[in-house]
Design a protein around this ligand. Structure first.
Ligand code: BGC
Length: 251
């Protein structure tokens, strides 16, 4: 049986966030704690920050613990890394974090976790067919779900479009860095989503990441074939999805 409580940790470029999660509703059962991501964001200091965060909660020993990471993770190993310190490439995250925290942990890609959370509790709940959840932040993350089942590590933010790595043109971080207007940014997003649609013919596109709070500024400017909707879990999607996936892995 799947446990009813889990703990999720979301590792990002600027913050490491964690909270306990009610796995029947997808709600956080305590306020989320945020610690700054160490700089430089090398494996050992990040693992220590994660351990400090977990220690701040009084967690039962057998509570499923999931962790998101901003990179593809195949058989627990970081494939490549775009937005944290380069020394993460090739690291066995399961080994690193399990040792630092002193308990079992399940590590998954951050956008995959968000996608699973949206499919279980949010905008993609019960949606059949092909759903693509994208997270717009420092980078662009993607989760591909087919009838609710995740196809992991799709990395659509690194599609090469018009000769550019997609996230280097169209992430929310780039919008801020280049001070783009919503219209200018939407034009870049349009190229991204039309390429994604051409390749995958999704039934639904879900847009997450912090900027999805302001979805009314840019989603209406996009012309997609499939409906495109804001994520519902917003900033807690990674935490919720990580806890959910950890519980499934344990059980
Ligand atoms: C990484 C992805 C990640 C996304 C969002 C990309 O640069 O390659 O693995 O999901 O950023 O953090």
């Amino acid at each position: 049986m799947t446990p009813s409580l889990g703990f999720g940790i979301d590792i990002g470029g600027s913050g490491v966030k964690g909270a306990p999660v009610d796995l029947t509703t997808g709600a956080l059962t305590a306020e989320r704690l945020r610690l700054p991501t160490p700089s430089p964001s090398k494996p050992q200091p990040v693992a220590e920050t994660v351990a400090e965060l977990v220690a701040a909660f009084d967690l039962p020993a057998d509570l499923p613990l999931g962790l998101t990471f901003p990179a593809p993770i195949k058989h627990n190993v970081v494939g490549f890394i775009a937005n944290l310190h380069k020394s993460w490439k090739g690291v066995d995250v399961d080994e690193l974090f399990t040792e630092a925290i002193g308990r079992d942990v399940v590590a998954v890609n951050d956008a995959d976790a968000a996608g699973v959370a949206e499919a279980a509790f949010g905008a993609a709940r019960g949606v059949p067919g092909v759903v693509i959840v994208t997270t717009l932040g420092t980078g662009i993350g993607s989760a591909l779900l087919v009838d609710g089942t995740l196809v992991p590590n799709t990395e659509l933010g690194h599609l090469e479009i018009d000769g550019h790595d997609a996230e280097r043109r169209a992430s929310s971080g780039v919008r801020e860095a280049e001070d783009l207007s919503w219209r200018e940014w939407a034009d870049r997003l349009q190229r991204f989503y039309e390429t994604v649609e051409m390749l995958f013919s999704p039934d639904l596109l879900v847009v997450g990441g912090g900027v999805s709070r302001k979805h009314e500024k840019f989603l209406p400017l996009l012309r997609t074939k499939a409906p495109i909707v804001p994520a519902e879990l917003r900033n807690s999607a990674g935490i919720v999805g990580a806890a959910y996936l950890a519980a499934q892995t344990d059980g």
